[in-house]
Structure formats: structure tokens, C-alpha cells
Design a protein around this ligand. Structure first.
Ligand SMILES: [Fe+2]
Length: 149
């Protein structure tokens, strides 16, 4: 019975991405993949939990579409974030948004937006974004990312 449980546990471990790894921007946050790595690569879809401990800040950046996806015509990286646990202080997502994006021929008017909602969808390949420093507590986010044309 114990052997069977060990086998099941190992199967689950090997099926999901399985462990905390350093985040892409190397700023101190980590990510835990919930899908098998090969499935993530095949579908171009990732489902991860992001963890930002106290003292960590995510500087402004854009997330480019991987080259292997660009070859197939994908140009946008989309992301749906669901904040599971907001830290007691700090750890606020911000996006730098052009308020004139829908006005033809208008000069860009970039403003920092701090979404209050726990659920937030955006295009990180096209919009600069970051997270303010986590001053107290830990921030956890369930994040779905995919590429599209
Ligand atoms: Fe990002």
C-alpha cells in the first residue's frame, strides 16, 4: 500500500512542473508550474502560482513572446492574474497604460494604473508592468498565460 502511494505521489510530482523556480526577472519572486512542462510548451499556455515574499519588488518590464512562438505568427502574450493572497502592505501590480490608445492620431498619454481588482487581464508583451515592493507579508497570484496572434 505504501509503495502504491509513493508511486502515485511520484507520478503526480513528475506530471506537474513540480517545484518553485526563480521568476523570469530574477528579482526574488518565484513561480510554481501547475502544468507538465511539455504540455506548456506544446500549447503555449502556462498556469503558475507566483510567490513574492517580503522585500521583493518587480521592476517595470514587458514579457516578450518566445521566439519559437513568434515563428508561428504569435505576437501577443496574454495574462490573466488572480490574486490569491494580497500582502498586508505593498505588492501592488501596476501597468503603464496609454490613455489615448483608442484615439486615432493622438499623442500617447502614459499613466500608471494600479488595478484594485483581484482578477486582472492584460497584455504583458505590449504593456509595461511591474509590482511595487512587498513591504509586509507575501503575495500569491494564480496566473494563466498564453500567446495569440
Ligand atoms: Fe511580467
Amino acid at each position: 500500500m505504501l509503495t502504491l502511494l509513493k508511486k502515485i505521489k511520484n507520478k503526480i510530482k513528475s506530471t506537474i512542473d513540480g517545484h518553485w523556480v526563480e521568476g523570469r526577472q530574477r528579482s526574488g519572486y518565484s513561480r510554481f508550474g501547475l502544468l507538465p512542462r511539455k504540455l506548456t510548451q506544446f500549447l503555449g499556455l502556462d498556469i503558475v502560482i507566483l510567490r513574492m515574499p517580503e522585500g521583493v519588488e518587480l521592476p517595470g518590464h514587458k514579457d516578450r513572446v518566445p521566439i519559437r512562438r513568434q515563428i508561428w505568427g504569435y505576437s501577443k502574450h496574454m495574462r490573466l492574474n488572480i490574486v490569491i493572497k494580497q500582502p498586508k502592505k505593498g505588492g501592488q501590480l501596476w501597468v503603464l497604460q496609454d490613455m489615448n490608445v483608442n484615439i486615432p492620431d493622438a499623442e500617447p498619454d502614459f499613466q500608471y494604473i494600479y488595478p484594485e481588482n483581484r482578477v486582472y487581464w492584460f497584455v504583458p508583451s505590449h504593456i509595461e508592468h511591474g509590482v511595487t515592493k512587498v513591504e509586509e507579508g507575501t503575495r500569491y497570484v494564480l496566473s494563466f498565460g498564453w500567446c495569440c496572434r
